[in-house]
Structure formats: structure tokens, C-alpha cells
Design a protein around this ligand. Structure first.
Ligand SMILES: NC(=O)c1ccc[n+]([C@@H]2O[C@H](COP(=O)([O-])OP(=O)(O)OC[C@H]3O[C@@H](n4cnc5c(N)ncnc54)[C@H](OP(=O)(O)O)[C@@H]3O)[C@@H](O)[C@H]2O)c1
Length: 285
């Protein structure tokens, strides 16, 4: 097998949750390009079907495993449906996740003490409880297959925190903790478990920020690479983590954040103090 071949997933049976748009759809595209047979999950049937139709042009037609992961018992059903339709599972990318929102869907960026209890509960239900349920059920199918790979789509917020998004950051930190904890317990069954921690990525989830000038500028001022990540860039890292190329990689949380989490990274776009702390003025060495 060449190094490049080790990134392929020919015939691997993989469930991707949250595959109706954004990062999940891009991940599904990347895995399909690498030869995987896919089951796609999300709530919105039409969008899911659109993902499947587009991906079908790349390889085997994906099967659908729709459902609201926040409903009690649904997460296990979604995983079981995917396994039944694909004839087993070799991998799961659990990507579905939400920000706290108002009833009209507007993101709620509020300090914890002002966040309505219902918004906290909703975030915990989708980002944490559903994650645990997906993992629990995934273990059954991955161990039955003799091993496999589980990837949790966490966030840089889970590593460095996110003021005004405490509920989100706490659930994303919990995903990293789950991935690391499960990885050790499941390793001898041949199951690798990792978390992927993107930074600001251009999707519907973040449209409130990349749609507005001053907020967009302020956010990017904190990102050393100075731009948003594209979903396809997150998908490339997901493909690596799922593939045999990452065969010795487990219990890892991979940051893909344009440098945001580097100690001084958050100051990248903000004027630095004069030397010896900052860069010398232009013309001086
Ligand atoms: N975008 C970023 O900047 C960023 C950064 C770091 C981490 N992430 C993480 O990456 C993941 C994907 O984010 P994204 O930006 O691609 O978000 P997105 O565009 O809002 O897509 C979210 C996906 O999750 C599905 N979903 C949401 N709630 C669900 C539920 N209750 N049951 C089943 N499916 C559900 C959505 O489909 P339906 O609405 O059809 O159900 C959709 O397919 C999330 O876990 C997010 O936390 C995103």
C-alpha cells in the first residue's frame, strides 16, 4: 500500500451525522471520494436527500438514516438504521451539533447567567447526550465489525473555552473528554476514537458572524491565518483521522483552528506593544 493509498476508505461502511449541510456534508463528500459507503443522518429529509444525490455521483449511493438526535432513543435508532442498511459499520463521524438558540433560531451569545435554562438543556441534549448515545451504539457495531474508527466533531471552543458560548464550549470539551476516555477502553478491540476541533468555519451555523462586517473583522483579528476555515478543509482532516493513514492515532483531539489556540495567537490581528515585545517598526532591524 502506498502512503496515498492509506488515505483511501474503499468499501468502508461509515455513518456521518449532521450530513445535510456544512461540515458534515463536506465530510461525507470527502469520505465518498475516498471510496466509503455512507449512511447520512440529520433531521431535514430534503436536505439529506440532496446530499445523497450529489454524493451518489462520486461512488455508491449513500443510504439515509434520518432522525432528531435530541429525541430520547432516536440516536440509537439512527446508528442501528445505518448499520442495518450498510450491513454493519466500520466508522462513525458524529458531527451533528448546535449553538444555543432562541425559539426563532437566532444564536444566543450570552453569558451563562443570562442563558435561558431551555437553551442550555437543548445544547446539552444535542451536543452531549446524543453524543453519548451515538457512541454507546457505535461501539456495538464497530466491535461486531472487529474494529473501526469513531470521530467526534468537537471544537476549538472545547479546548480554550468560548465566552458567551459557555454551554457550547462545555459540551464540546465533554466530547474531547469522551473521545480520550473511550479511546483507551476500546483500543484493544481495534476501535480508534478521536476528536476534531475546528475553529471558525464558514457554514450556516456561523452565518451570524460571517454575514456581519464588524463582528467578522473582530473574529478574524484573533485568527493568525486571518480567514475562515472552509468545510472542505475540516473534511480533509476528518478523512485522515478515519483512514488507515491514522492507524496509530487514537485518543487525540486535533486542532484545526488557523492558530487561534496558540498562546499568543489570539493577538495576531491586534496591534502589538512596541519592542521588546512586538515587531520592530518598519525600517529597523
Ligand atoms: N462552523 C464552525 O465554525 C464550527 C467550528 C467548530 C466546530 N463545529 C462543529 O461542527 C459540527 C457541524 O457544524 P456546522 O457548522 O456544519 O453546522 P450546521 O451547518 O448548522 O450543520 C449542522 C448539522 O447538524 C444537523 N443537526 C443539528 N441538530 C440536529 C439534531 N437534533 N438531530 C440530528 N441532526 C442535527 C443539521 O441538520 P438538520 O438541521 O437537518 O437536522 C446539520 O446537518 C457541529 O458539531 C459544530 O459544533 C463547527
Amino acid at each position: 500500500m502506498t502512503t496515498l493509498d492509506s488515505f483511501r476508505l474503499d468499501g468502508a461502511r461509515i455513518l456521518v451525522t449532521g450530513a445535510s449541510r456544512g461540515i458534515g456534508r463536506a465530510v461525507a463528500f470527502a469520505l465518498a471520494e475516498a471510496g466509503a459507503r455512507l449512511a447520512l443522518g440529520a433531521r431535514t429529509a430534503e436536505a439529506l436527500k440532496e446530499s445523497a444525490d450529489r454524493i451518489g455521483g462520486l461512488g455508491p449511493a449513500p443510504v439515509l438514516a434520518p432522525g432528531d438526535l435530541a429525541e430520547p432513543g432516536r440516536a440509537a435508532e439512527v446508528v442501528d438504521t445505518a448499520a442495518a442498511l450498510l450491513g454493519g459499520l466500520d466508522g462513525v463521524v458524529h458531527n451533528a451539533g448546535i449553538l444555543p438558540t432562541a425559539p426563532d433560531g437566532t444564536p444566543l451569545l450570552l453569558p451563562l447567567q443570562l442563558l435561558p435554562e431551555a437553551a442550555w438543556q437543548e445544547v446539552v441534549a444535542v451536543n452531549l447526550n446524543a453524543t453519548a448515545a451515538v457512541c454507546r451504539q457505535a461501539h456495538r457495531h464497530l466491535s461486531a465489525a472487529g474494529g473501526g474508527s469513531l470521530l467526534l466533531m468537537s471544537s476549538v471552543a472545547g479546548v480554550i473555552g468560548a465566552p458567551l458560548l459557555e454551554a457550547y464550549a462545555a459540551t464540546k470539551a465533554a466530547q474531547i473528554s469522551l473521545a480520550r476516555s473511550m479511546a483507551t477502553g476500546w483500543a484493544r478491540q481495534g476501535i480508534r476514537v478521536n476528536a476534531l476541533c475546528p475553529g471558525w468555519t464558514r457554514t450556516d451555523l456561523t452565518s451570524f458572524a460571517h454575514a456581519e462586517g464588524p463582528l467578522n473583522d473582530w473574529l478574524l483579528a484573533h485568527v493568525p491565518l486571518g480567514r475562515w476555515a472552509e468545510p472542505a478543509e475540516v473534511a480533509a482532516a476528518a478523512l485522515f483521522l478515519l483512514s488507515p493513514a491514522a492507524g496509530y492515532l487514537t485518543g487525540h483531539a486535533l486542532l484545526l483552528d488557523g492558530g487561534l489556540s496558540v498562546a499568543d495567537g489570539g493577538l495576531a490581528g491586534i496591534p502589538k506593544p512596541p519592542p521588546p515585545f512586538g515587531e520592530p517598526p518598519v525600517g529597523e532591524d
